[in-house]
Design a protein. Structure first.
Length: 250
């Protein structure tokens, strides 16, 4: 089955740059009409322009996933529910757990976990009301399955997001709504290129069985699988794309 999304509408959160912008472009190339959301609308417009210049269909709306009213406003007035929702908005946070403040810990959870829940719940409510099936893809991380130091809040949020994926998949399957989690490993982006060029970054790469970082395009087929009818019997799944990092030796 071809991973075609022709005639589908898709929402991508956190789409102003990095993986979110790449995911939006990938979905548009597959034929979906894509709505990009983020807090920085000026950055969104640049991504939208890139998609439309390439012949795709895209629009931008502001959304702050940490604000319930902002999420509700972004969904309000839409003609019909989205067929596809990619919950990508997230922040990292870093530092030793002993030095992590309550506010910083909560800030990461508010975006990565509660924000994803707000978006998924709002999208699923609209799908259920319209009796329309759909696919929700939560962008988690291999750090939700295996740990590293200095990222207590991030790892906790992604582990919880994976469990949330399973619970909502169970509850919403009866409505034809599929919920799956995509767990990238270390993927090279403009924001982390400097670190991975350093001695510490190179040492981390050597621990990946494939001995390389992921490229953003390595996530294209897994994302399209989860969004398309090719995964019609797939829900509550967690798919790692990490060059074998999760199975590397301790």
């Amino acid at each position: 089955m071809k991973l075609s999304l022709g005639g589908r509408t898709a929402l991508v959160t956190g789409a102003s740059g990095g993986l979110g912008a790449h995911f939006a472009m990938t979905l548009a190339k597959a034929g979906a009409s894509v709505v990009l959301t983020a807090r920085r609308t000026e950055a969104l417009e640049a991504v939208v322009a890139g998609i439309t210049d390439a012949g795709g269909q895209a629009a931008a709306i502001p959304m702050d996933v940490t604000n319930s009213a902002s999420v509700a406003d972004a969904f309000a007035g839409l003609g019909k529910p989205f067929d596809i929702v990619v919950n990508n908005a997230g922040i990292s946070g870093s530092g030793p757990a002993l030095e992590l403040s309550d506010d910083e810990f909560q800030r990461v959870l508010d975006t990565n976990l509660t924000g994803a829940f707000r978006v998924a719940r709002t999208a699923a409510s609209a799908m259920k009301a319209a009796n329309q099936p759909g696919s929700i893809v939560n962008i988690a991380s291999i750090l939700g399955l295996r740990v590293a130091s200095q990222v207590a809040a991030y790892a906790a949020s992604k582990a919880a997001l994976i469990q949330l994926t399973k619970v909502t998949a169970l509850e919403w399957a009866r409505y034809g709504i599929r919920v799956n989690a995509l767990c990238p490993g270390y993927v090279e982006t403009p924001l982390n290129a400097e670190f991975f060029a350093s001695e510490a970054g190179q040492a981390l790469i050597r621990r990946i069985p494939q001995r390389r970082l992921g490229r953003m395009q390595d996530l294209d087929a897994p994302l399209l699988l989860m969004c398309s009818d090719a995964s019609a019997y797939m829900t509550g799944a967690t798919l790692a794309v990490d060059g074998g990092h999760l199975v590397s030796s301790l």
